[in-house]
Design a binder for this molecule. Structure first.
Ligand code: FAD
Length: 308
């Protein structure tokens, strides 16, 4: 079934969606790590797995290949990310065609970050698109794709305020996006506020909160860079306290527990599911899923028990 129907059914039944994000591997070692993770999350029967598109379109072939392999060699629905960076309209059309040929019918339509780096303006390719809204329209015009988009619980760096992000999300939904995945964040109320503001603009598509487990103090910096917003002080304090108490292992345990708490708060607040940023390592994400009791690996796609 098309992903938009699967998401609608889950919502109607009040069951949470569960999805995982990966990036295309760079080499054979990375490929092995990715596949180990894919096989482990496959056992949880996720709603979909998404594969990112590198800055400047640098992973085009690798994103196509990884999503094709997910489509052909697993039971999971792939979602291929796509950005407008450094691409003409016809090049974007061609990539969407490659996705379709690879059996991929869901696309996460993104603008991409400015190639000049943070703080610079986004310059569209002379024959290309200005924003994700135009890419949603393009992908929808090319076939029966389920299109997802990005959403921002903390303001996007180029947005005047949070309301602009909600307004743009509503425009993307009106243009044909059926779901959204959020940037990383660490306060459940930010998701609720975003969804309420979007509803005020007439947008009611499922907005899946994007979560990433913090597994080390060093990762707090990665998180801040990716999210464009700092990790809240109370979270950092708990991680530092864990380090004093039990070192790296305790920081990891605490980081996973904090992320699971956030997931539980979000589901209580009505989130339609959770989207886990894995960085291609599945262990922490699987621990979160287990802590929340979201899927029981014993009963979903596990190899048949050995007959006694
Ligand atoms: P847009 O929706 O186009 O928004 C960009 C800015 O323009 C915002 O400030 C918005 O308010 C403004 N804007 C857009 N349209 C309008 C309008 N009509 N009127 C007024 N203002 C407007 N990047 C990658 O390179 N590869 C990936 O695979 C990738 N995956 C991601 C996955 C998720 C879940 C998220 C949240 C982000 C991802 N990104 C990825 C990063 C993303 O490309 C950047 O955050 C980018 O800066 C914004 O993308 P967008 O699709 O939200 O853009």
């Amino acid at each position: 079934a098309p992903l938009r129907d699967v998401l609608a059914d889950l919502r109607a039944e009040g069951r949470p969606s569960l999805s995982f994000e990966f990036f295309p591997p760079r080499d054979d070692a990375g490929e092995a790590v990715l596949w180990e993770s894919l096989r482990r999350v496959e056992a949880l029967d996720p709603t979909f797995v998404s594969v990112t598109y590198g800055a400047g379109g640098s992973t085009r072939e690798r994103t196509v290949r990884a999503t094709r392999e997910v489509s052909r060699e697993t039971t999971m629905q792939p979602v291929a990310h796509l950005t407008c960076v450094s691409a003409s309209r016809s090049e974007l059309r061609r990539v969407v065609g490659e996705y379709a040929d690879a059996g991929v019918s869901s696309v996460l339509a993104l603008r991409g970050d400015p190639p000049g780096g943070p703080g610079t303006a986004f310059e569209r390719h002379p024959g290309g698109l200005r924003n994700a809204l135009e890419l949603v329209e393009l992908v929808r015009s090319l076939g029966d794709f389920t299109v997802g988009v990005a959403a921002f619980p903390t303001p996007h760096p180029e947005s005047a305020d949070a309301d602009q992000d909600a307004r743009v999300l509503a425009l993307k939904a009106r243009a044909g996006a059926s779901f959204a995945v959020t940037q990383l964040f660490y306060e459940a109320r930010l998701w609720t506020e975003l969804v309420d503001r979007a509803a005020g603009h007439g947008c009611d598509i499922p907005v899946l909160p994007g979560l990433m487990a913090i597994t080390s103090l060093r990762q707090v910096a990665t998180f801040t860079k990716l999210a464009g917003a700092p990790v809240p002080a109370r979270v950092v304090e708990r991680l530092e306290e864990a380090e004093r108490r039990g070192g790296a292992a305790e920081v990891r345990r605490t980081g996973v527990a904090l992320t699971a708490e956030l997931g539980a708060e979000l589901l209580d607040a009505g989130a339609p599911g959770l989207h886990l940023y894995t960085l291609n390592r599945s262990s922490a994400s699987l621990e979160i899923v287990r802590a929340l009791g979201l899927r029981d690996p014993e009963h979903a796609g596990a190899p048949a028990a050995v007959a006694s």
